[in-house]
Design a protein around this ligand. Structure first.
Ligand code: ADP
Ligand code: MG
Length: 255
């Protein structure tokens, strides 16, 4: 149902100066859905995720998260930009995991996971630590809580980054090629954590080149190219029976 979509994009456009990157994105992510986004480099996947997460402002169209406009408030026919403090409040509800994990290097794993709840939500350290330890356990790193990022593998760091995002108890998780920077043997553990998260009912938008994950875990798959949605549907259908030449050409290179 349209009314309760977790993410809804209607004709979303985004330009950087003269570069028109998103050229009318229409899509809908239902609550609890694992929504995979694939497409060639430069097609606007990261830009779209950044728009959802208030890191970029769209130029035209409408973008909603959980029924609320992103970045703007609507009064009558007019849109007003949200204040920074209002944006900050909304961003708390959205977790994002990047290709590069960007952990704080001078903090241990558990301190990384505690940081936002303590600093942003003003939680007590005791409460934040207890949740952080549970989350590290959940991502298979219960025995690494006291390790610094430099003492962890890339895959372990990425799992800490996922735990860190979950510590804010988001209603939506965005993943931007979370396994692309990892050595191949470390990819599986990260995908397992994401699969587990999906099974717990989390709404996830996942930009990925892992077609196996998209096929097995994804509920929907969108192929983007040139800033538009070229094709979308059930991942198995799109991957095994693509309808558009551009999708076929892309898949023939990555599958
Ligand atoms: P993808 O994630 O699909 O590879 P991106 O969304 O990162 O694509 O980028 C799409 C295009 O937008 C690229 O051509 C990129 O150079 C451009 N772009 C992204 N961010 C900016 C920015 N802040 N300023 C100017 N151009 C940008
Ligand atoms: Mg990208």
């Amino acid at each position: 149902m349209t009314a309760n979509a977790m993410v809804k994009a209607e004709g979303v456009h985004k330009s950087f100066g003269a570069a028109h990157i998103l050229r009318g994105i229409d899509l809908e992510v239902a609550p609890g859905e694992v929504f995979c986004l694939i497409g060639p480099s430069g097609s606007g996947k990261s830009t779209f995720l950044r728009c959802i997460n208030h890191l970029e402002k769209i130029n035209a169209g409408r973008l909603y998260v959980d029924g609320e406009l992103v970045g703007y408030r609507q009064k009558g026919d007019k849109l007003y930009e949200l204040k920074d403090s209002e944006v900050a409040l909304k961003r708390r509800d959205i977790g994002m995991v990047f290709q590069r994990f960007n952990l704080f290097p001078h903090m241990t794993a558990v301190e990384n996971v505690m940081e936002a709840p303590v600093q942003v939500k003003r939680e007590t350290k005791a409460v934040a630590r207890e949740r952080a330890l549970k989350l590290l356990d959940r991502v298979g790193l219960g025995d690494r809580a006291g390790h610094y990022p430099s003492q962890l593998s890339g895959g372990q760091q990425q799992r800490v980054a996922i735990a860190r995002a979950l510590a804010m108890e988001p209603k939506l998780m965005l993943f931007d090629e979370p396994t692309s920077a990892l050595d191949p043997e470390l990819v599986g553990d990260v995908l397992d954590v994401m699969r587990d998260l999906a099974e717990s009912g989390m709404t996830m938008v996942v930009v990925t080149h892992e077609m196996g994950f998209a096929r097995e875990v994804g509920d929907s798959l969108v192929f983007m190219d040139g800033g538009v949605v070229v094709e979308s549907g059930n991942p198995r259908d799109v991957l095994t029976n693509p309808q558009h030449d551009r999708t076929k050409a892309f898949l023939s290179k990555v599958l």
